[in-house]
Design a protein around this ligand. Structure first.
Ligand code: ATP
Ligand code: MG
Length: 221
């Protein structure tokens, strides 16, 4: 069994998340992928975050009955801010022994992983799949991988090397850090919150039931 953990604030979930999840799922043959909204995200100010209940409800609306994609509210059930290391230990202790677990992270988030709690232990514990994502400062996916390599060597471990056969960066004592070009859509939750605030349309960026929920509840206004 190969399981994917896809965490984030999902404030709100959008087509970029869904598209990326479905590509990673296909390429790495993951079943299921759990979408895991964070409680009180340690890296964001609480004021910018919709309530946990609203974010969770929008995820349910967005994934509908897509096969092999589920939601886990494990981080919302815990007290205090969410730390990925705790979530990884949770899944390791509740899934079967032979389950292979992968952490799914966009490159923008991964390039800050040295600020995460126990990040060295985290990378010893779990394989990561880093997804390409468009960024104004990076012209190409390849440039992203180059930046990732430098980041790994500089911030995590100087012995990281790229393995073409595995399509992953490898280091002694660490699990592989796979790279994956998911053909990411240039969509962010930030741009959606801003569009709602300025009364612009968001229908291209989120599934229809999510747009409806945002408008009905008056979120992000
Ligand atoms: P915000 O603008 O509030 O930061 P976001 O769109 O970046 O929102 P997050 O909830 O921060 O969404 O992201 C959760 C995870 O999904 C992160 O690992 C992020 O890199 C990844 N991700 C978000 N949007 C995309 C996208 N369009 N393509 C690929 N990965 C994405
Ligand atoms: Mg983000």
């Amino acid at each position: 069994m190969r399981i994917g953990l896809f965490g984030g604030t999902f404030d709100p979930i959008h087509r970029g998340h869904l598209q990326a999840a479905s590509e990673v799922k296909k390429i790495f043959k993951l079943d299921p992928i759990y979408i895991i909204p964070a409680a009180l995200p340690p890296h964001k100010t609480p004021a910018s975050v919709a309530s946990a209940d609203d974010r969770l409800a929008m995820i349910h609306l967005a994934i509908g009955d897509i096969p092999g994609v589920s939601v886990s509210d494990v981080e919302l059930q815990r007290r205090g801010p969410s730390y990925t290391i705790d979530t990884v230990y949770h899944f390791k202790s509740t899934q079967s022994q032979d389950a292979q677990i992968f952490l799914i992270v966009g490159i923008d988030a991964f390039l800050e992983i040295d600020t995460w709690k126990s990040f060295q232990a985290l990378l010893e514990q779990i394989s990561v799949i880093v997804m390409a994502r468009p960024d104004d400062r990076r012209q190409s996916v390849q440039q992203g991988w180059k930046q990732l390599k430098e980041y790994l060597i500089f911030n995590i471990s100087s012995d990281f090397r790229f393995s073409g056969s595995q399509n992953a960066f490898l280091s002694a004592g660490k699990q592989p850090v796979y790279v994956c070009d998911v053909g990411a859509l240039d969509i962010s939750s930030t741009q959606i919150r801003q569009a709602v605030k300025h009364k612009q349309t968001i229908e291209n960026w989120v599934p229809a039931p999510v747009a409806e929920y945002i408008h009905q509840k008056g979120l992000y206004t």
